[in-house]
Write a protein that binds this ligand. Structure first.
Ligand code: FES
Ligand code: FES
Length: 155
């Protein structure tokens, strides 16, 4: 079956079996491998992308459900000149990552979080990121990065 949607600003039509997951289509058909697969069971958040501006776990959504949607992956966050999004800059500046496996999903969730609640407290950030698991950092630097990224996004 065919699915037509927008990925990082480009119109795309993909042919795939009806049970194809959005994350499979992004990684295997579009080669957007910045979207990671950590668990495949909607628990870790490594596969988080934006669908119509909302953070979703793309291992838990069928490609067919993306019909007509606007999808943004980590590859689509950079500015037109190729420079990093303020949230990516903040993660870099605050050492909000170690191995980096969770980072694309964490950044996508953080962008969505800051759009919904630009003045979120550290406690609120921890609560809102509870669907994104990190094995390395202990989260402290991630929370600081999200606060810095939120301030930069507002500016
Ligand atoms: Fe989707 Fe873990 S791979 S939530
Ligand atoms: Fe390694 Fe988060 S930086 S899992």
């Amino acid at each position: 079956m065919q699915t037509t949607f927008t990925v990082n600003g480009k119109n795309v039509t993909l042919e795939a079996a009806p049970n194809t997951l959005l994350v499979q289509a992004l990684r295997e058909q579009m080669h957007l491998t910045g979207t990671h697969v950590g668990c495949d069971t909607a628990q870790c958040g490594a596969c988080t992308v934006l669908m119509n501006g909302n953070a979703i776990k793309s291992c838990n959504v069928l490609l067919a459900q993306a019909q007509g949607a606007q999808i943004t992956t980590i590859e689509g966050l950079a500015k037109p000149d190729g420079s990093m999004h303020p949230m990516q800059e903040a993660f870099k500046n605050c050492h909000g990552l170690q191995c980096g496996f969770c980072t694309p999903g964490m950044v996508m969730s953080a962008v969505n979080l800051c759009q919904q609640k630009p003045d979120a407290s550290a406690q609120e950030i921890r609560h809102m990121l509870e669907g994104n698991l990190c094995r390395c950092t202990g989260y402290q630097n991630i929370v600081v990065a999200v606060q810095q990224g939120a301030a930069a996004m507002k500016a």
